[in-house]
Write a protein that binds this ligand. Structure first.
Ligand code: HAM
Length: 443
């Protein structure tokens, strides 16, 4: 006999248990409903891709790619049965668990020639992402995103505004309030490089007053210094040149039109010139939504425009914009606000008594389930009191009592557990009553 051993979920991963899982299903279902009403369609993507795909798109120097990916090599010739040796292949293809979904969506868009599809291609994807970050509240190594992307020939600011409208409609539909939308434009390949150079020159002047991360970023990615939360750097950053004063005419016009479009839709936002985002592919519009009650990990959504990314990955000229909602954080914020929807639980507990009633109990349970009711049928006989006790503990709304009298008369006792109200009903009446009650037409 092997020695007994217990296992725990790996640090930074977690189990989502009932009843929370119902909340998650409702959250994701609501996203599907809202997104499909804006004519988005779902794309399902692999969990791992070639590491280079993420390096090229998210950026080799970004934190995500340079230190947070789970990377491994696939054994050479995947048809060979895996042995310990081949699992540790030194020469096979290098792949990574996806840290985000935009790169994979672009890869699929190009691979399947989706640019020939009519109109804008609007895709959403729901699933887990993986980043080797230091776990804390709202930050996990396996976390979940609801990701949306719009790809096509146009970069009209109306597209950006409609995407933001959809995002906020979704947050409103799930009841995520007390959020702030931050918007910025980080320019394009014409106006950003000279701004970044200017920023670098200014940062070099104050280098010794900056922390080690920002010092490093002067070389690798000066824009990211603007992201810094270090208290001692805040005053210095406030005096740095702002991109809004250095946008080219086209970018300035795009940003101005975006703001008009947001106004037209009644969307409130704050402009935040320091919002640069930690992924390299962004151009022009960037945005983030933060929610209250989450502590330091308070960004519940991030996104922006990435014109040129499809070309960088070998595809045709394409404009693009998208966002990803962090489901873990959004759901945490909903839970902390205490305003959760009432989600369907157990409708009926079948309390059968005596072996001869069992066949009737099995048949009634099946019919109730066919009527889309959630039913619990104990597989073993239980004492009446114990049965009702369990029904209560399971949170059932009704107990259906089936004794030999009920079977003989063909009428069953339905007991509402909240107030002990009892009704005697025939099979037909029972189904009719519970179905219409479930639809909310009866009290
Ligand atoms: P991101 O800002 O890296 O953007 O991530 C989006 C959201 O995912 C964050 O705002 C946060 O809510 C959540 N998130 C990120 N890391 C973690 C973590 N370790 N634990 C829990 N939640 C986390 C992107 O991923 C881009 N691909 C968004 C995008 C789509 N841009 C254009 N299209």
């Amino acid at each position: 006999m092997p020695e007994k051993r217990q296992f725990r979920a790996i640090k930074g991963t977690r189990d989502i248990l009932p009843p929370d899982s119902a909340l998650w299903n409702w959250f994701e279902h609501t996203a599907r409903e809202v997104f499909e009403s804006y004519s988005f369609r779902e794309i399902r993507l692999p969990i791992f891709e070639q590491t280079d795909l993420f390096a090229r798109s998210v950026g080799a120097e970004s934190d995500i790619v340079s230190k947070e990916m789970f990377t491994f090599r696939l054994p050479d010739g995947s048809e060979r049965p895996a042995s310990d040796e081949s699992n540790n292949s030194q020469s096979g293809e290098q792949v990574s668990l996806r840290p985000e979904a935009t790169a994979s969506t672009m890869r699929a868009y190009i691979e399947h020639g989706m640019h020939v599809l009519p109109g804008n291609v609007k895709l959403y994807c729901i699933g887990p992402m993986f980043r080797r970050e230091r776990p804390q509240k709202g930050r996990y190594r396996q976390f979940y995103q609801v990701n949306a992307e719009i790809l096509g020939p146009s970069d009209a600011p109306a597209i950006d505004a409609e995407l933001l409208e959809m995002l906020l409609v979704f947050f409103q539909r799930v009841g995520l309030r007390r959020t702030t939308l931050y918007v910025n434009s980080i320019g394009d390949r014409n106006c950003r490089p000279p701004y970044v150079e200017l920023l670098r020159r200014e940062l070099l002047k104050v280098k010794d007053q900056l922390g080690p991360d920002s010092q490093r970023r002067i070389e690798t990615n000066p824009l990211r210094v603007l992201d810094s939360k270090l208290p001692q750097e805040q005053e210095i950053i406030a005096k740095l040149p702002r991109i809004s004063d250095h946008l080219c005419a086209d970018c300035r016009e795009h940003f101005a039109k975006l703001k008009d479009e947001l106004k037209l839709r009644g969307i409130t936002y704050e402009e935040n010139w320091r919002l640069v985002r930690g992924l390299d592919y962004y151009t022009r519009t960037t945005f983030e939504v933060i929610a209250e009650g989450l502590g330091s990990q308070n960004a519940v959504c991030g996104g922006g425009r990435y014109d040129g990314l499809v070309e960088l990955l070998g595809g045709p000229p394409t404009k693009g914009i998208g966002f990803a909602i962090g489901s873990d954080r959004a759901i945490l914020s909903l839970q902390e606000s205490g305003k959760l929807p009432e989600l369907p639980g157990l409708d009926v507990f079948v309390a059968w008594m005596g072996e001869p009633t069992y066949a009737t109990a099995v048949s009634l349970a099946r019919k109730l389930r066919e009527s889309r009711l959630s039913v619990e049928l104990p597989g073993e006989e239980m004492k009446f009191k114990k049965s009702l006790n369990l029904a209560d503990k399971l949170g059932a709304r009704y107990a259906l009592i089936i004794g030999s009298d009920e079977v003989a008369s063909g009428t069953y006792t339905l007991k509402r557990l909240a107030d002990a109200d009892q009704k005697k009903l025939s099979e037909y009446e029972l189904l009719e009553y519970l179905e219409s009650e479930k639809r909310g037409t009866r009290g």
